[in-house]
Design a binder for this molecule. Structure first.
Ligand code: SAH
Length: 434
């Protein structure tokens, strides 16, 4: 699959002027004006452009945004799509007492099994019927790639309609993070992200989102994730953290994603009994949905993929900026903090000569500080390559300057650890090809 993107190096007029001037220096060295000299010191401005693939455009020639999924069909209803009372009602229809719904939920959410052979507490003559009704097969594992001495595992799943999605499981000391997908493909069309290049196929169902976690928990229980610590430190034995940073734009699939979040935090056996603060929803910046998220009453972590503090660049880097501008999404992010008390994360992929200029770090700090102090932290990440791409990550010294500028201006900033590059499992690399 073609996933190449590249920047078109458009020198700013000032830079071209100085280049022209340089060319002239051999014949007329004294012709350099003060203005041209200062222009020569101005850093290059690379603008986003696509190469090797065609970015879908709308009739106005702007990058196409897809909010509605072209494919509306959803997988058959699964136990994880339902609340516990809904499961009980379903069991009643099947002529089974309510407590059976709880037993089945324990098997799925606590033992990670859908195998009737392992359900000796259920009536023998109905086990197969119950599991076939409540556990239609949602995710079929197609491929598993491992790196970091087994501590990072990428799964490729085939869904009931042939759609492919990926999730990435990562063991860290004391915690295990799963990066989940929320849509098949993505409609947000960001030129530096591999997922967007094929567009959106459909929204994933609540149970398809949750089943990624249950399947990961099963793999962990079977010993399929990395080596345990030998220093006596605590090891997590199931997924403790979720990041909605796999394929898709979670806030464009709002209802199903939120149902999944509610089930992640629901006590077992209704759900997975996870801690809300360990769950991060990351978005390109759908402002109305961010405002709605603040009212959900679950204290999850909210992350905004900002990548540029100025609309001029962000319009090109994050096409949804056509609809909701930098200031509006920052206001929505700040409101999330005000309502929930949860500190917001700003994601910023550092791209060489595109968004890594010190003046952009200053502008970002200014915009964040204007809204308050202590409400936000910035998480820069070196841009991950997509195959064939000539967009490049910023130089280490430039990254350091960017980060230090933010810190000096009072904005907590930490470079994000990135995992899974070797298996195309890092941020922006998920494209789900066989
Ligand atoms: N659609 C959501 C979640 C998926 S992407 C969002 O955009 O926030 C998760 C993160 O990876 C986002 O911050 C995204 O901007 C970032 N990302 C995308 N492509 C990347 C790349 N090539 N290198 C580094 N980060 C990238």
């Amino acid at each position: 699959m073609e996933r190449m993107t590249s920047p078109k190096n458009i020198p700013s007029p000032a830079v071209s002027a100085s280049a022209a001037n340089d060319a002239k220096t051999t014949t007329a060295p004294k012709s350099r004006t003060a203005e041209a000299r200062s222009a020569a010191r101005r850093p290059a401005q690379v603008m986003p452009a696509t190469e090797g693939w065609d970015q879908a455009k709308n009739p106005e020639g702007r990058p196409l945004l897809q909010f509605k999924s072209p494919r509306v069909s959803q997988p058959p209803v699964h136990l994880a799509d339902m609340t516990l009372p809904e499961r009980e009602a379903r069991f009643k229809e099947m002529g089974l007492p309510a407590f059976r719904a709880k037993q089945l939920s324990v098997h799925y959410f606590q033992h990670y099994t859908t195998d009737p052979e392992r359900m000796s507490d259920l009536p023998k003559d109905r086990r197969t019927e119950i599991t076939e009704t409540m556990f239609p097969k949602l995710l079929t594992e197609i491929k598993r790639l491992t790196t970091d001495n087994g501590d990072t595992v990428k799964f490729l799943w085939r869904l009931f309609d042939g759609s492919l999605v990926e999730s990435v499981l990562m063991r860290y000391p004391g915690r295990i993070t799963l990066c989940v997908s929320s849509q098949c493909g993505c409609g947000m069309n960001c030129p530096f992200c591999a997922t967007g290049q094929a567009g959106l196929t459909r929204n994933m169902s609540t149970a398809e989102i949750l089943d990624q976690i249950v399947q990961a928990n099963r793999v962990i229980a079977e010993g399929g994730l990395g080596n345990l610590r030998r220093d006596g430190g605590h090891d997590a034995d199931r997924v403790t953290n979720i990041v909605f940073m796999g394929m898709g734009e979670p806030l464009a699939n709002y209802k199903r994603v939120m149902n999944a979040v509610h089930r992640m935090v629901a006590e077992a056996p209704e759900g997975l009994g996870m801690s809300a603060r360990g769950i991060t929803v990351s978005t390109v910046g759908l402002a109305p949905a961010i405002r709605k998220l603040a009212e959900e009453g679950v204290a999850i972590t909210f992350a905004l993929s900002l990548h540029a503090p100025d609309d001029e660049l962000r319009d090109e880097l994050i096409p949804v900026n056509d609809k909701w501008k930098v200031d509006e999404v920052l206001d929505a992010a700040y409101n999330y903090y005000k309502v929930t008390g949860r500190r917001v994360s700003i994601e910023y992929a550092l791209i060489k000569d595109m968004n890594d200029h010190p003046w952009r770090a200053e502008m970002l700090a200014k915009k964040l500080n204007a809204r308050g102090r202590g409400w936000v932290h910035v998480n820069p990440i070196p841009l991950n390559p997509t195959p064939g791409s000539i967009w490049t990550s910023s130089e280490p010294a430039v990254m350091a300057e960017f980060i230090n500028t933010l810190i000096d201006l009072g904005v907590p900033t930490t470079l994000r650890d990135t995992r899974g590059k070797e298996i195309d499992g890092a941020c922006g690399q998920l494209a789900a090809a066989e």
